[in-house]
Design a protein around this ligand. Sequence first.
Ligand code: THU
Length: 133
Amino acid sequence: MTKEELCTLAKEAMQNSYSPYSNCKVGAALLSDSGKVYLGCNIENASFSPTICAERSAFAAAVSAGERKFSAIAVTGGKNGEIDGAFYPCGVCRQVLREFCDDDFPIYVLTKNGIISLTLKDLLPYSFSNEVM
Ligand code: THU
């Protein structure tokens, strides 16, 4: 699976976004070591704080299916579903990624100008993880 293919799946995952409050549609495609791809979208709530991001939604689907090891994630999103600037994973999602992924885990962020390729360490340096527990 190429990063372009994974980003295409993240874009498709945006379609299921439930985001009546922000009107921001976000999609994520999480590739497991087993080769399966798990999709996630943001799911908002009238009470706001129960909102779950697309990345955590994808992890919830994958972990619920028994997956524990992952190869890469692609994320994209945009106001009213129009991809423009970078929808980087939020701080909470970065910490959730760190539970299952190492510093060199690839993160692809699809923007209107192309794919930004990052690692988890780029987004979450000096991270806290279960390695010290
Ligand atoms: N959102 C995500 O799905 N992922 C992120 O990492 C950043 C934010 C969603 C949450 C909310 O539904 C909308 O984007 C606006 O914050």
